[in-house]
Design a binder for this molecule. Sequence first.
Ligand code: TRP
Length: 464
Amino acid sequence: MTVDRGEDLTARSSWTGKAAFVLAAAASAVGLGNIWRFPYLAAKYGGGTFLLVYVLLLFTFGVSLLLLETALGRKTGKSAIAAFKAYGKKYAFIGVLASAVPFIITCYYCVIGGWVTKYAATYLSGGGHILAADAAGAFISFITSPVESFAWAFLFVGCVVLIVALGVEKGIEKSNLVMMPLLVVIAIGIAIFSIMQPGANEGALYYLVPDLSKISPELLIAALGQLFYSMSLAMGIMITYGSYAKKNSSLTSSTVQIAGFDFGISFFAGLMIIPAAFAGLGGGDAIAAKAGPSLMFITLPEVFDKMGSFGGIIGALFFVLVFFAALTSAISLTETLVSIICDATGCKRKKAIISVIIYFAITVTLVNLGYNKLGFIQPLGEGTSLLDFFDFLSNTVMMPIVAILTCVFVGWVIKPKEIIDEVRISSKFRLAGAWSVMIKYVCPILIAVILISYTAAQFGVITI
Ligand code: TRP
């Protein structure tokens, strides 16, 4: 099949080399998903069971899909919508669907970004122990506050938009180089402290030892959704990143490295939070009952408080680093929105940025209102919020559908060889045969089965 490479190929910027590509993709991947989302999902879905399922899915599905997306991007030299369109107008809708996902994610990402900003600022100004005195109460009264929560969310949005408007990409890449390793070191340090707490052993076991009887469609769909989210898959991002990759950068080793890095951060985040939560709450069921988006903002301040005089400093360091991880991911999400708007409407960057600002003003307000004035809207049942709903919609519904469509498109429409040839430009790709089977059969069928059984269970058609 021939690909319409368009006129703009020579103008396309590219990463300086393989390391820059891996770093940029890892920086997009590592974010709130790893530190905020992964630990609470693992806590909720049986600890070790979730961890095991996640690792298995990551190194089969995750890496296969990442390879597919980056190779498709590099082959076509285009971002999502145009990449699919290069094979025929009728396929553009897959790119359109994928592009809708980051629009949904950003509106709640910035709300959590606001929480992180507030916590970082509080710890930096020495107020950590005040937060910890009544961690749950402080957190809930903050997120439901009518003014303060909005102020922090918009402060975060302001930082993101300002940097995107300035376009200081180089600055961000350089700061990633410092921030990412620091994040790893701090995560490992806090994790070690956390497992040394009295009562934490049991929690560490809960997190590390799987109990296969706990596997359920909910767990599978949650692990799959988390995988897509954390790796920034099924939303066109990695297609765009691949389009900047050089023809001599090995895609096979890059994708394994990106996946390994992303998983490493998630793993330590879980080790940091779950044993500590276990020690504090006294059992798996107790954390499972409490596990939710707030785990990081309630449990960790309590852990830091127990560290004595060090606690304030570690807490400050931790939340500042989470702030940077969130900021870099939010910037890359916003940059994606800007480029989608520019590509789709042909408008200038400035206009696209203004549209994104208006979009943020409306959606971030809406999601934040979900914790006070609009708190009566509980779309997913008792006690759930608009934030939970948007997270569910993007990660649990849309991303699996986009992933199935992408697999069917490559496996059955353009055929795997198209991608294999691209990958082979820069690496041997001995597993090409297995990869084809994954993309043609295993991925789409398994994702479909998980999605259907999950939906059926939701509507009470089957009980598990
Ligand atoms: N992967 C990011 C995280 O773990 C979140 C994310 C999803 C993202 N899609 C993205 C970041 C696109 C940057 C670009 O937090």
